[in-house]
Design a protein around this ligand. Structure first.
Ligand code: SAH
Length: 329
């Protein structure tokens, strides 16, 4: 029996050699077969001597996973190259699906390793400032495999929930209206002047950054190699940098060390409007005669949630001393 093969899913980062991890390079160096798009293969050209190289086009993901498995069963080490991270809109999902269908389990002789890489959202965020320093999410506008109502519902939900959003696959030659619809959905919840950054080919030769606003977003030059970052209601643009505040202003009067905490706030403790403080305030309001329905409306939360959490005994709402991480500001 030949030595067992291996499939390695290698995320190579945004597209420059400097932003590829050492493990990504060594995983490619260890492989007998390297599979990936031409553009990415070129980036690792120096590592490919003596290897079988399979240059693939765009829509052959399942084929690629199947042939990787076949080669690994023959005892070969196969590296499947993804841009960014292989687990973010990449080959990791389809590969496991194909493997499971073929009866593969983690005990199989064929090993699988995923090598993480910086995803487009990390790369693009680093170029535009600090847009993702509070809650964010990623949505792909590609409707090649996802029905539009599913995408639209997610856009609507995150726009309403005030997430910063990274839009992957925002537009292609054939898919031009999706970004217009995304803008329409966002404008229902967010200000027209919400900052938006469009980053094309981050850390590649044709890298280009454009700052704009939500109401102008869909008129910009956006393509297959662009990622669109839409700010939340606190994101601002200053000196050519897009920044989403972490929320220090909710707690401190000054940003620098030694800044006074605002009235009612303590360093290293949840905000007075954090979970426990908020619950106490709710309880007082209910005791004073406010209805749960009113409070639900005021906080934009489901009535049954407010009712259920108020039904819990309040003694759980006393903070044990030292329970919080002292490093947390
Ligand atoms: N696995 C990749 C994403 C693949 S989906 C990752 O983790 O980054 C392809 C989409 O990723 C593109 O349409 C674009 O939105 C985004 N993308 C990938 N590389 C990029 C780059 N260098 N600059 C800007 N966007 C990029």
């Amino acid at each position: 029996m030949s030595a067992a093969g291996k499939i390695t899913l290698v995320g190579i980062g945004p597209g420059s050699v400097e932003h590829m991890t050492a493990r990504a390079r060594s995983a490619i160096a260890e492989a007998d077969v390297v599979v990936g798009y031409v553009t990415y293969i070129k980036l690792v050209a120096d590592l490919l001597e003596g290897k079988e190289v399979v240059r693939k086009g765009m829509t052959e993901e399942l084929d690629r996973a199947v042939s990787a498995l076949e080669a690994a069963r023959e005892g070969k080490k196969v590296a499947l190259i993804s841009s960014g991270d292989a687990g973010v809109y990449g080959m990791a999902g389809p590969t496991y699906e194909v493997l499971f269908q073929a009866g593969w389990t983690p005990d199989d002789a064929v090993q699988v390793e995923i090598v993480p890489g910086a995803s487009a959202l990390n790369a693009c965020a680093a170029l535009v400032g600090a847009p993702l320093t509070h809650d964010f999410c990623a949505i792909s506008l590609s409707d090649l495999l996802t029905p539009w109502p599913v995408i639209a519902r997610r856009l609507d939900a995150v726009a309403r929930a005030d997430f910063v959003v990274a839009l992957y696959n925002p537009k292609s030659g054939r898919r031009t209206r999706q970004i217009v619809e995304a803008q329409r959905l966002f404008l229902r919840h967010r200000r027209a002047d919400t900052p938006v950054a469009i980053v094309k080919s981050a850390y590649r030769r044709r890298q280009n950054l454009v700052f704009t606003t939500l109401d102008q977003m869909s008129e910009q030059d956006i393509g297959m190699l662009s990622t669109v970052l839409i700010g939340n209601s606190s994101t601002f643009l200053r000196n050519g940098l897009m920044v989403t505040p972490r929320g220090y202003a909710n707690k401190y009067d000054g940003l620098a060390q030694g800044g006074e905490t605002r009235d009612g706030e303590k360093p290293g403790r949840s905000l007075s409007t954090g979970l426990l403080g908020w619950l106490h305030a709710l309880r007082e309001q209910v005791d004073a005669g406010r209805s749960v329905a009113e409070l639900a409306c005021e906080h934009d939360l489901p009535e049954d949630y407010i009712a259920a959490t108020l039904a819990e005994p309040m003694d759980g709402a006393v903070e044990p001393v030292g329970a919080e991480d002292a490093d947390e500001r």
